[in-house]
Design a binder for this molecule. Structure first.
Ligand SMILES: Cc1ncc(COP(=O)(O)O)c(C=O)c1O
Length: 286
């Protein structure tokens, strides 16, 4: 099967036939939310947690959830069956739909636009991942609603571009002297064998991968502490990781031109990435 089938407003269609109005509030205002759910085999990872975060995002922007949890899962299964592939991701977005008049005011009678596609992300390549990524710190100028997985990503795009212009892969964002997250990832710092990550707040997205890594670490006897991380602490960190659904656990090997963990993926990362791969493998076979 080579044709890419997507879901749009209740229908399964070839991607070329899936079209949305130019008056859609997602297009005009970025008025919508999204989720990215990794899939291994036919098994979505932490699907209940992703759907709970979707519910939180929708509630935060005063939108009703168009489907019950079981209905979402049925649609995901159907879409995965209709598209080939192994290691993939489900991308879903819901916008507030089209209205004839361009007006910020919410029109409660509007039908949402519900779009889902399968991303062919491919398996994470361990030797590429192990090479690590170079980063810089950048002032986090985003809004006080970063806990919403909003499709309005222009600030994240600008921050990523600032990192690119500095010649590195990503930025570690700093608000008022403390770490928030990456441009599309959460941050975990390792010091003396303990994992540290900032608490969830309106200044960062509650990452599903972050939570999973913390959970797996604790199950395997690795100590974790959720607390604010001052920017200055990063300089003396033993290891720094960026976590996300698509990147999994990426070791940071340089920060602001200085080596982190001797510019190599660190020993705690090696333990955690193996545990994470094992978890994925079990999910695939479940
Ligand atoms: C801003 C931001 N923070 C954190 C994350 C990590 O979230 P997750 O682990 O659920 O993919 C993402 C993922 O896209 C993100 O965009």
């Amino acid at each position: 099967m080579s044709e890419k089938i997507v879901f749009l407003n209740g229908e399964y269609l070839p991607v070329e036939q899936a079209t949305v109005s130019v008056l859609d509030r997602g297009f005009l205002f970025g008025d919508g939310v999204y989720e990215v759910i990794p899939v291994f085999g036919l098994k979505p990872l932490r699907v209940d947690e992703h759907l709970q975060r979707l519910q939180n995002s929708l509630s935060r922007i005063s939108m009703d959830n168009p489907y019950e949890v079981e209905e979402w899962k049925r649609i995901f299964d159907e879409l995965l069956e209709r598209n080939s592939g192994d290691d993939r991701a489900i991308y879903l977005q819901i916008t507030r739909g089209a209205h004839p008049v361009r007006d910020l005011k919410i029109q409660p009678e509007n039908q949402p636009t519900i779009f889902i596609m399968v991303l062919q992300v491919g398996a994470v390549n361990m030797s590429d991942l192990e090479k690590g990524i170079e980063t810089v710190t950048i002032d986090d100028f985003r809004w006080h609603a970063c806990d919403i997985k909003s499709i309005s990503l222009v600030a994240n795009v600008m921050l990523r571009e600032q990192a690119t212009q500095s010649g590195v892969v990503d930025a570690i964002l700093i608000r008022d002297g403390y770490v928030t997250e990456g441009t599309a990832s959460n941050l975990i710092m390792v010091k003396d064998g303990v994992l540290y990550t900032p608490p969830t707040s309106q200044h960062l997205l509650p990452g599903i991968t972050r939570d999973l890594v913390l959970e797996l670490a604790q199950e395997n006897g690795v100590e974790c502490e959720v607390r604010q991380i001052a920017e200055a602490e990063l300089e003396s960190a033993d290891e720094i990781w960026l976590t996300s659904s698509t990147r999994e656990i990426a070791p940071v090997i340089r920060l602001n031109g200085k080596d982190v963990a001797d510019a190599k993926a660190g020993p705690v990362w090696k333990i955690m990435i193996n545990i994470y791969q094992q978890y994925k493998q079990e999910l695939r076979q479940a």
